[in-house]
Structures are given as C-alpha cells and as structure tokens.
Design a protein around this ligand. Structure first.
Ligand code: PGA
Length: 259
C-alpha cells in the first residue's frame, strides 16, 4: 500500500519531497531523478533551490517523463524548455545529464526505444516525481494505457489538451501528440512520489489509490509498486475513504523511517 501523506500546504509538500531528494543527492553515488512538468512539482523545485545551494550536484542525472511531439524544442512550453527553466538553471544541474524525450517528428519512431536505453544505461531512476491528470494519467499515459508500456508516442485526450491550454495562447496551439515514458517504465523507478493538490484532483487520487487497478485509471498502476509515497493537500485528499487512517499512520511513523 502506498504511504499517503496529507499536508496543509503545497509548500509543506514541496519541502518534504525536496528533503528526500537532497538526501539522495548527498548519499547516492550516481543519483537519478525522475522529473515531472506541469504545475504540481513546482513547490518541490522551489524548495530544492534553497536546499541544494552549496551541495555538489555535478553528478545528478535526470529524466523527464514526457515531451510534446511537433512542438519546437525552443518553444517556451516544450518540456525541454520547462525543465531548463524550472529545474536545470535554478538548481545548477548539468544540462547534458538531464534528459527529456525527443519530440522531433523526424526521429519519433525510435525516440522511445532510445530513451528507454538511456534510462537503463544510467542505472534506472531512483526517485520518480509524478503529478496526476484529472483523467487519472501519469506522465502522458492516458486512460487505456498498458501497464507494461514503455516510452512511446501517444495521442493526448481532449481533456488533457484542455487542462494544458492554460500554458498556451489557445487550445488550438496545444499539441495533439506526445512522447511519454510508459507505465512499465515508471514502475521500474525505485521510489515513486506522486503529488496532487486541489479539489480538481480529488477524484483521480481516490480512484488511483482506492479503486480497482485498471488501465482506465493509469495512476492506479502505483498500487503495483512496492515503494510509493503520495503527498497531497487536504483538498486533493478529500475523496479518500481511508484519509483518517493515512493521517494516523503518518503521525505514528517511527522517526527513523524516511518517506
Ligand atoms: P498539473 O498536471 O501538475 O499541471 O496539474 C499534472 C499532470 O497532468 O500529470
């Protein structure tokens, strides 16, 4: 069962996850971070700015979950641009060691396999940050995605395009395709940290954690993983039947246990 941590602010959630990432960076020889884009992980990156200052980060590797297909890599909303702006530059990471799937149309046929190989060659992901879509996606694995899927081309649902339209001038500009790590790729990471904030995510969070394991709710794949931490605010936790138990369990956790 996933550990569910219910906190009262995004900043507290960001701090909790950032502390775990700092521990990895300091203690693991070749730390590999699984990076997410969207609004959800921003409090983590924010908290890391202060916490990582003065630490050696020259050895930190990272793999983003996904990228739009057919959007120029220099577009401000390409995930390469977002990761550069929100993660690489403020944290002082080596851009060569931080990878984002290649969404160029010309190479998209083999870009998924290339990315899988890169992740394996890096030794796999130590800690994967995940957001969740209102349709239950993780990465861009939309409903119906195979639990064994690897990095590949996917078509975005209209719901996801509408959710992401806020980053573009109009809905028409939101790409229709993406390249995303598969659910099988994500499940190979050693620790999954899923974050969700706000009432719009409450239903998807409850379905993912307490509903049946189903391709219709791709995030329910986390139920198959041995080390999952879910960090949510009160609003995103509001549909969880076991919320009181999660609170009790976290409050009574032995102090030596990390997340
Ligand atoms: P968001 O997106 O963090 O911008 O809400 C999450 C997701 O779609 O995975």
């Amino acid at each position: 069962m996933a550990e569910v941590v219910i906190l009262d602010s995004r900043a507290a959630a960001g701090a909790l996850v950032a502390d775990e990432i700092v521990r990895l960076v300091d203690e693991v020889r070749n730390p590999v971070l699984g990076l997410a884009t969207g609004s959800t992980p921003l409090p983590v990156y924010e908290a890391l700015r202060e916490r990582l200052a003065g630490h050696d980060v020259s050895h930190v590797r990272g793999f983003a979950l996904d990228e739009y297909v057919g959007l120029d890599v220099t577009h401000p909303e390409s995930y390469r641009s977002v990761i550069t702006r929100e993660v690489i530059e403020p944290l002082g990471l080596d851009p060569e060691l931080i990878r984002v799937p290649n969404g160029a149309l010309e190479t998209v046929r083999h870009a998924g396999d290339d990315y899988e190989r890169e992740i394996i060659d890096a030794g796999g992901v130590d800690l994967q940050i995940l957001g969740i879509g209102t349709d239950g996606h993780i990465g861009f694995n939309e409903p119906g995605s195979s639990f064994a899927s690897t990095t590949r081309l996917k078509t975005l649902t209209e719901q996801t395009r509408a959710d992401n339209a806020r980053f573009f001038d109009s809905l028409d500009e939101v790409p229709r395709h993406c390249i995303t790590q598969g659910l099988g790729t994500i499940l190979r990471a050693r620790h999954l940290v899923l974050l969700a904030f706000g009432v719009a995510k409450a239903e998807a969070v409850a379905a993912a954690l307490e509903g049946p394991v189903s391709a219709m709710i791709p995030a329910s794949a986390v139920q198959l993983h041995p080390h999952v931490t879910v960090v949510v605010d009160e609003a995103a936790a509001s549909r969880l039947e076991l919320a009181d138990y999660y609170r009790y369990s976290y409050e009574n956790k032995p102090s030596w246990q990390g997340i």
